[in-house]
Design a protein around this ligand. Structure first.
Ligand code: ATR
Length: 281
């Protein structure tokens, strides 16, 4: 009898299956690490998501990334870790002893990118975070886990900032948008988690000259790669961490969970994805 074993494969589940850089990233690691494996995009509409996830391993997958609009449902259908639970959304699924587990790798993507791009950033006592959606919860969770003393949270809709503060406790303080200038003067870390600055969105208008000279500025937006916020911060000589760096770092954990080796975010990988962003935006 011939036993045919297929190489392990993971997938990205989304609807619509928008152009994603994840296959490029995972194929690069599979190739450079010499692993016989695969990573494909699966377009799955919301009413088929549950069935797809229940049959994930029957379909031959060792795990998956999950993107819009399925991240909340993925959390419900799996055993989430603390990070996924805190963020309220799962973006990575894998099996442990046959059980479907989930995490949210945006937390470590954000933190590891800061460590790589702006070492020493965690000396910050006061961080200013803009936005109060899912990305903001991943950032806030990471900052608190890392021991940042105070996270000031500014959002257009104050009630959403208050909800995040209620969830994470006294270290997170919701603040009205028009109080930004005062906070910029003491923020050692500024993080944009809003969609402001993306194509088709209004610009993020902030006076970075108010930040202290040791401040670090992070923007989760990666299209465009160099956001006006990052450009202004760099022009002032401040350290920055960009959204592409976070995207690359958040992919590490999934790859490690599915294929058993921890890959590295190399300059070569960054160049590869940068080139793709430039040609296919
Ligand atoms: P994600 O999961 O990526 O964080 P989200 O939950 O839709 O996405 O959150 C988007 C964030 O960008 C929110 O903080 C949103 O502010 P509101 O809570 O007030 O909606 C913010 N945002 C989006 N467009 C904005 C705009 N034009 N001005 C200010 N904030 C904006």
């Amino acid at each position: 009898m011939t036993i045919v074993t297929r190489p392990p494969a993971a997938c990205l589940i989304g609807w619509p299956a928008a152009h994603s850089r994840s296959p490029l990233i995972h194929h690069y690691w599979l190739r450079t690490l010499g692993i016989d494996g695969g990573y494909v995009i699966e377009a799955v509409p919301p009413d088929e998501f549950q069935d797809f996830v229940f049959r994930l391993s029957l379909r031959g997958f060792v795990g998956a990334n999950v993107t819009r609009p399925h991240k909340e449902r993925a959390l419900e259908l799996s055993k989430p870790d603390d990070r996924a639970r805190a963020v309220g959304a799962a973006n990575t699924l894998w099996y442990r002893d046959g059980e479907l587990c989930s995490t949210n790798t945006d937390v470590e993507g954000f933190i590891n990118n800061l460590d790589a791009s702006a070492p020493g950033w965690d000396e910050a006592e006061d961080a200013l975070v803009l936005g109060a959606g899912g990305a903001s919860r991943a950032v806030v969770f990471g900052l608190i886990e890392r021991g940042i003393k105070r996270v000031h949270l500014v959002n257009r809709t104050m009630t959403r900032a208050e909800a995040v503060a209620d969830q994470f406790g006294a270290r997170v303080q919701p603040v009205a948008w028009d109080a930004i200038d005062g906070l910029l003067r003491r923020a050692r870390l500024l993080v944009n988690t809003t969609s402001l600055g993306m194509p088709g969105q209004p610009a993020l208008e902030l006076d970075v000259s108010l930040l202290p000279p040791q401040a670090v500025v992070a923007d989760l937006v990666y299209v465009p790669l160099q956001t006006p916020l990052l450009a202004a911060a760099q022009a002032r000589g401040l350290k920055t961490a960009d959204g592409l760096g976070m995207l690359l770092h958040q992919a590490v954990r999934g790859f490690e969970l599915w294929f058993g080796q921890r890959p590295e975010v190399t300059p070569e990988l960054r160049e590869l994805v940068e080139a793709d962003l430039v040609t296919k935006v």
